[in-house]
Design a protein around this ligand. Structure first.
Ligand code: WAQ
Ligand code: MG
Length: 260
């Protein structure tokens, strides 16, 4: 069977003169059968044109054929959910889970010593740094360095979709898309964990994910109406090469089996 990859990104010019820059509005990735290409393409255009972040003046939709033999099938991460009373509590919970994932990579270090302690303090600041980015921050927990080739853009995971998905919704289903992305990311070489908060102002649920933790939905991670969000991919350079990890995130074609 022939598959096609579709990628959409939409942006808007903001600011004047020297301050002029591109503001990311919307992006989407699909891998679908030939019959679904036209419908998915028009749904993507509609999605870009009706996004809550604004009216885009640039929309790019790229369509490429994908060989079935190049596609890796992955089982979706198991999903759990954490209810919280406030977004502050949600963020704390997320940081706690990230600590747990990072700590398991530093077994010889005491809970409150050395680089792990520094990392805890740094995490909220790292998260803020992701807010203007279109992709994710790739952070090396072994060295404390950022590994994205372009810090402003970040690294984007692409070429992924849910297996057997034929829906052509122009309305984004945040959870369905996130479980696909998180499953691909968790399977990348050297990946330790992912932290995600949507940049969509009306979507306050986020998650922490890793192969060990699974996909942990945290029901509130920011204030309603806040359009700051971002992703951090926590990577360990003692486990794999950064180039291998980036290559997997950006190039490997993945379909995620979400049926349990
Ligand atoms: N690769 C890397 N980073 C990305 C990608 C990608 N393909 N797509 C988005 N990002 C980054 C980018 O910086 C965005 O600003 C940020 O993540 C948030 O993206 O279980 O909607 O698409 O209900 O707004 C979580 C669902 C939804 C939780 C997350 O993210 C749940 C969401 P958004
Ligand atoms: Mg968004």
């Amino acid at each position: 069977m022939d598959y096609y990859s579709l990628k959409m990104r939409a942006s808007q010019q903001i600011g004047e003169g020297d301050q002029k820059r591109e503001q990311h509005i919307s992006g989407a990735e699909r891998i679908v059968s030939r019959e679904a290409v036209e419908a998915v393409c028009s749904a993507m255009a509609r999605r870009a044109l009706t996004h809550s972040k604004g009216d885009p003046d640039f929309i790019n939709i790229k369509i490429e054929k994908v060989c079935e033999k190049d596609i890796q099938i992955l089982k979706a991460l198991p999903v759990t959910r954490v209810d919280v009373d406030s977004w502050q509590q949600g963020l704390d919970k997320a940081f706690e889970l990230i600590d747990k994932a990072v700590f398991s990579c530093h077994p010889r270090e005491g809970e409150n010593t050395g680089s792990l302690k520094d990392f805890r303090k740094k995490l909220p600041e790292l998260l803020r740094e992701t807010f203007p980015m279109r992709g994710a921050m790739l952070y090396d927990i072994a060295t404390g360095e950022r590994l994205e080739p372009n810090h402003e853009r970040g690294v984007r995971a692409t070429y992924m979709d849910a297996l057997r998905s034929s829906d052509v919704d122009s309305q984004k289903n945040h959870f369905n898309e996130a479980i696909v992305l998180a499953t691909k990311v968790a399977n990348a070489p050297g990946m330790v964990a992912e932290l995600c908060i949507s940049d969509d102002p009306e979507y306050v649920t986020g998650y922490v994910a890793s192969k060990e933790l699974g996909y942990v939905r945290i029901m509130k991670m920011k204030e309603m109406g806040d359009e700051n969000g971002g992703r951090i991919f926590l990577f360990d350079s003692r486990k794999a090469k950064a180039e291998e990890c980036i290559e997997y995130l950006q190039k490997k074609k993945v379909l995620v089996d979400t049926q349990l």
